[in-house]
Design a binder for this molecule. Structure first.
Ligand code: UD1
Length: 418
């Protein structure tokens, strides 16, 4: 658990980690070329450990040195993702597109539900079926196979990040052109396109509503000599909110201002002072913050659902009533009940949370049930009176690299106890 003594004002400078949500599909993409790929700024977090273990199991040779990863997929010869590892990380479903591209088949276990809602994969399967993939299911597994992966014109019912990535990955080695419409426009999709194009793929349109992938042959693909993952916009947002709740003053390096703008816009509206220049963001608070009449989570460039829980913690301490609507995931309010244990005044009605700011939060024993809920509890604890024990460290370590060291460097009192 993390033990946090609240009340310290965060001050100082930290570097933001590389993006978790870019690294995962990019590591999956390194299966496609059967060559050696050198990737920098891969965060040292549990989700990447799991992806590394899966790739090794499939036959990849991996060298990991701090944030550098060299993935040689020349010896990958297996297309069955082991069930116990798939269960540890739902997003390993993104391997399906890459394995289908390379081998024409894949066996993955059904990802099932998770703490933030049912998270179905129907859009992944529908899109891949249009490309000639046949699916069968049994004993909790999905068997996917195709004699010939072919390009198709696919319209996603919803701009799903994972479905966009899976279909892009499958399109790289498909015969003909794949057009994907109503795609996710998240910066991580652009990062995946950039990585694949460095490999020799022909992809256009990431960051817009439509992506076009011209299929090629594996021999057309080359090794990726040196690729650097983009900064993690959600980790950046988390530290900014942590600073805001303590009336702090911080500088983040290794951030892309445009990627965090949807978060900055809301923090500015609350009264945070923010300056951005040359991949550095400065945030400080010099007056009481204001509540938000309306905060809706939306696909990028809307406000990210992954920042909803941290913002709920912050809004709990701000005078006035805030309304927060979660439109991306069902059932993503489990942190509200833990925040209530710390004295927050939050009521939930369907996908809407009504947060009435309280004078102070108080330390309590709380449990993180998912990654971003964990971040929210740490943030609340930083401002709470007394000591908070946050259980569920394993969820937090799925996505945050050295969170306790970073917060300690900024002046927080936080220790991890086993
Ligand atoms: C990714 C991110 C996650 C982020 C989310 C939304 C990674 C590893 N994870 O998750 O951090 O919170 O995007 O920004 O990148 N849906 C369907 N059918 C599908 C696929 C999705 O109904 O086939 C629904 C989901 O249940 C959810 C919504 O679409 O309600 C968004 O999901 P999606 O964009 O696919 O999120 P992930 O890729 O799982």
């Amino acid at each position: 658990m993390y033990i946090i003594r609240g009340g310290e004002t965060l001050y100082g400078k930290i570097r933001v980690q590389g993006s978790k949500n870019s690294s995962l599909p990019i590591l999956a993409a390194s299966i496609l070329n059967g060559r050696k790929n050198t990737i920098r700024d891969v965060p040292k977090i549990k989700d990447i450990d799991v992806m590394t273990e899966i790739l090794s199991y499939l036959g990849a040779d991996i060298v990991r040195d701090n944030n550098l990863m060299v993935v040689d997929s020349g010896n990958v010869n297996c297309s069955d993702v082991p069930e116990h590892l798939m269960r540890e990380m739902r997003s390993s479903i993104v391997l399906m597109g890459a394995l289908l591209g390379r081998f024409g088949k894949a066996k993955v276990s059904y990802p099932g539900g998770c703490e933030i809602g049912p998270r179905p994969i129907d859009l992944h399967l529908k899109g891949l079926a249009q490309m000639g993939v046949e699916f069968s299911e049994g004993h909790g597994f999905i068997y996917a196979k195709t004699d010939k992966l072919r390009g198709a014109d696919i319209h996603l019912d919803f701009p799903s990040v994972g479905a966009t990535e899976n279909i892009m990955l499958a399109g790289v080695l498909a015969q003909g052109t794949t057009i994907i419409r109503n795609v996710a426009k998240e910066p991580e999709i652009v990062d995946l396109q950039n990585f694949l194009n460095r490999m020799g793929a022909k992809i256009k349109g990431a960051g817009t509503d439509t992506i076009k992938v011209e299929g090629c042959k594996i021999d057309d693909l080359k090794q990726v000599e040196d690729y650097t993952i983009i900064p993690d916009r959600i980790a950046a947002g988390t530290y900014l909110v942590a600073a805001a709740i303590t009336n702090g003053h911080i500088w983040l390096t290794n951030v892309i201002g445009e990627h965090v703008e949807p978060i900055l816009a809301k923090l500015r509206e609350m009264g945070c002072m923010i300056n951005c220049s040359n991949n550095v963001i400065e945030l400080y608070v010099d007056k009481p913050l204001k509540s938000l009449d309306s905060l809706r989570t939306l696909p990028y460039p809307g406000f990210p659902t992954d920042m909803q829980a941290p913002m709920m913690a912050l809004l709990s301490t701000v005078e006035g009533t805030s309304i927060l609507v979660e439109t991306v995931f069902e059932n993503r309010f489990k942190h509200a009940q833990e925040l209530r244990r710390m004295g927050a005044n939050i009521s939930i009605n369907g996908n809407t949370a009504i947060i009435k700011g309280v004078d102070k939060l108080t330390g309590a024993m709380v449990e993180a049930k998912d990654l971003r809920a964990g971040a929210a509890l740490i943030i609340a604890a930083l401002a709470a009176e007394g000591e908070t024990h946050v259980e569920g460290v394993c969820h937090i370590e799925r996505g945050y690299e050295n969170i306790e060291d970073n917060l300690t460097a900024l002046g927080a009192e936080i220790v991890k106890k086993y």
